[in-house]
Design a protein around this ligand. Structure first.
Ligand SMILES: [Zn+2]
Length: 506
């Protein structure tokens, strides 16, 4: 089956074709770097990551641009409140976003570009539009004349009948029923950053930024444009208007929009106290791979209800996958291998590919892999799994994880690397009062991260496990159980398998 996507532009699920064979040129609206990205933002970024990973899996060369909006109404407002220069202010959120991306296993797009590095290109696009008669000036700002672009509204399907001729909007964000001429270049204001231009000093409108960066790196026509559904209007509608008015060519061919995320059944908002950044969840002890899993498991066109129960289930699902892979790699099976199980592995691979081909149906792709895990575990428990079946199962798991990227357990190492967890020093005694995997957390240190302090160090865990194994060999099971319980209190779970004792932090 061909790869199929729901295209917002046509309102239909259609076969996916690229303009250049085997190459996908894709623009993804990135974060506005005025604050830490929240889990609603990350739902979209995880979707875009699954998308790019699956395109690559399908053999496409992907050329992805993600912008960093580092000048707009919100960044200017917050930089002023912080008393910082705009570029210095946004730099700290760009850095935080980089770390968050790595924690969530988001692949790095080929181009991560800052709006303020492209001001001359933006000025050039406004000039081009002015030459073609699509602009007018008022009070030092330059506006796009919506009525002159006959296709205006084709993406969001807005009704333009109520639009008032000459009514303008300066804000970057506004509602559909307020459709009107939008600003391309905003006149300089006291206390705001500005750049020189032939139409006076000022700064770009937000919509202009994305049009310019998309066309600069991808060409005037390209394959995919994607973001969260809240950007369909006015952002993407205005991007189309500016770009197509200037070039006379179709801008992006396929428009993909991820639905909203809600939290525990309610709209996420600071006033409801259910607003979470990635860092908030990490401070509560949740693992990045579990968060990634939860954000990826609901197909992108379905609203996602983010719950803490769901997060725990996600963690358990990942454990099942990891345990299965552990058995596949570490257990010894009898020689041989039947065609039956190999055929099952092949069927599971086809099922998850079919699901993702179908407009990225991640829920079905997950179901396909868990069917395989169940069958594999059952065959192992019954002694029917043979050494020759191992490779086929491992291959499917590996392929599946190229897209979902949750099986490798890298959470702890990354949280230590980026300073979210302070490891207990080698040789240090375990914390006197054990309250789980970490001591009471230190307060957030200003970059949004609470530093968790480990209750017990790796070397101490290894020592305790060795002591427990000695106790078991000597028949002192009471002592072995005591050690096991102590480790559990410190948040360390141990598991005895045929291949030896494994441990992991809760
Ligand atoms: Zn954008």
């Amino acid at each position: 089956m061909a790869l199929r996507f729901h295209n917002t532009l046509t309102g239909q699920v259609e076969d996916f074709h690229t303009l250049v064979p085997n190459q996908v040129r894709m623009y993804t609206c990135g974060p506005t770097v005025y604050d830490f990205a929240h889990i609603g933002n990350f739902r979209t970024f995880v979707f875009q990551d699954v998308l790019r990973r699956y395109l690559r899996y399908r053999g496409y060369e992907v050329r992805q641009v993600m912008n960093l909006t580092d000048v707009d109404d919100k960044t200017i407002r917050n930089a002023r409140q912080a008393g910082l220069d705009l570029r210095d202010f946004t730099a700290r959120y760009i850095e935080a976003f980089e770390v968050d991306r790595k924690l969530l296993n988001l692949e790095t797009p080929e181009f991560m570009v800052r709006a303020t590095d492209h001001i001359p290109d933006m000025v050039a696009l406004v000039e081009r539009l002015a030459e073609k008669g699509y602009t007018y000036q008022s009070d030092g700002s330059t506006y796009f004349h919506v009525e002159k672009f006959k296709d205006y509204g084709k993406l969001s399907k807005i009704d333009l009948s109520g639009i008032r001729a000459g009514a303008r909007v300066d804000a970057d964000e506004y509602e559909k029923d307020n459709a009107r001429d939008f600003v391309l270049w905003k006149a300089a204001k006291e206390g705001e950053p500005s750049w020189p231009s032939p139409f006076g000093p000022g700064r770009p409108g937000w919509h202009l930024e994305c049009s310019v960066m998309a066309m600069k790196y991808l060409g005037e026509s390209f394959d995919i444009h994607s973001a969260g559904v809240d950007l369909v209007f006015p952002h993407h509608e205005n991007e189309i208007a500016q770009s197509e008015a200037a070039t006379g060519k179709p801008f992006a061919h396929t428009w993909l929009h991820a639905e909203h995320l809600i939290v525990e059944g309610k709209k996420m908002s600071k006033s409801l106290g259910n607003f979470y950044t990635l860092r908030d969840l990490i401070a509560k002890g949740y693992k990045p791979t579990a968060i990634r899993y939860l954000l990826a498991e609901v197909p992108y066109r379905t609203p996602l209800d983010f719950t803490f129960d769901g997060l725990l289930q996600a963690q358990r699902s990942i454990e099942r996958l990891r345990n299965f892979r552990y058995r596949l790699t570490m257990e010894s099976f009898t020689a041989g291998g039947g065609a039956g199980l190999k055929a099952r592995a092949e069927a599971a691979r086809q099922a998850f590919e079919r699901a993702l081909d179908d407009n990225l149906n991640t829920a079905q792709a997950l179901a396909a892999i868990f069917d395989l895990v169940l069958e594999g575990n059952t065959a192992m428990d019954r002694g029917q799994f043979k050494d020759g079946d191992r490779a086929a199962f491992l291959d499917v798991l590996e392929r599946w994880d190229r897209v979902f990227a949750v099986i490798e357990d890298t959470d702890h190492a990354k949280l230590v690397e980026f300073g979210f967890i302070k490891p207990r020093e080698a040789g240090a005694a375990p914390a006197a009062v054990s309250a789980g995997a970490h001591d009471a957390q230190a307060p957030a240190d200003g970059d949004g991260r609470a530093v968790l302090v480990e209750t017990v160090g790796d070397d101490e865990i290894e020592k305790q496990i060795a002591a427990r194994n000695r106790a078991r060999r000597g028949g002192d099971f009471a002592q072995a159980d005591r050690i096991r319980d102590e480790l559990a209190k410190a948040g360390v779970m141990i598991e005895d398998t045929k291949a030896g004792t494994r441990w992991k932090r809760k």
